[in-house]
Design a binder for this molecule. Structure first.
Ligand SMILES: Cc1cc2nc3c(=O)[nH]c(=O)nc-3n(C[C@H](O)[C@H](O)[C@H](O)COP(=O)(O)O)c2cc1C
Length: 199
């Protein structure tokens, strides 16, 4: 492959995926159709705890992050696992249709799971929007914006003194002394050999 970084130019947003028990930051979201109750797909890495939660739960929600999103939300939901911490009490959330959603967001959509598609590293969860609301009519954060402002947006975490390892293909940052041998990037599914220490 000459340069897989071109995939970073695919325009995607930044969302907090939530379901009962936790959730995580996702960018791999697409709207399928445009009816009043559209279908939404979200790709979730099999290595994420959210994947297990979504297998068990019938509903999930996506809270849309704005460019002004609190970096703490990205830190809590994107760099921790719901199997270790209760993410929904560390950020302000409120329940809508029995699903937690993030208050400090531009709005949310609650989906009823209708289908799943299994791929090598991720499962595509497809849901029908059953409830949605807009909190603020502001600029949504794109994945490209996140990449451009990653340093500020992940500052809270890097300040804890851990080494940052950057996936050379998708830009995902793993924090820790070493990337574990069996680690798979939650975004692109590639292994340890694709991670470079951030200088
Ligand atoms: C900018 C960004 C985008 C991400 N996009 C996705 C995604 O689309 N799908 C996914 O499964 N994980 C994605 N992740 C990774 C998860 O948010 C992360 O691995 C999280 O800690 C998983 O938490 P969990 O174990 O509680 O599910 C993304 C993380 C970041 C920082």
């Amino acid at each position: 492959m000459k340069n897989p970084k071109i995939t970073r130019k695919i325009t995607q947003g930044m969302y907090v995926l939530t379901t009962q028990g936790g959730g995580c930051i996702v960018d791999a979201v697409a709207r399928v159709g445009g009816s009043e109750h559209p279908l939404i797909s979200v790709a979730v890495a099999k290595t994420n705890h959210s994947h297990k939660l979504l297998r068990e739960n019938d509903r999930f929600a996506l809270s849309v992050l704005g460019e002004n999103a609190d970096p703490e939300i990205i830190k809590v939901f994107g760099f921790n696992s719901s199997k270790d911490i209760d993410k929904c009490t560390q950020c302000q959330t409120v329940e809508v249709e029995n699903v937690p959603i993030v208050k400090n967001s531009l709005g949310y959509m609650v989906c009823e799971k209708v289908d799943t598609i299994d791929t090598e590293t991720h499962t595509l969860y497809i849901g029908r929007v059953i409830e949605a609301d807009v909190f603020a009519d502001q600029k949504p954060m794109t994945y490209a914006y996140y990449q451009e402002h990653k340093e500020e947006l992940t500052k809270a975490k890097s300040e804890q003194g851990k080494t940052a390892w950057v996936c050379t293909v998708c830009g995902y940052v793993y924090y820790g002394d070493e990337v574990p041998d069996d680690y798979k990037c939650p975004l692109c599914g590639l292994g340890k050999e694709y991670f470079k220490k951030q200088s």
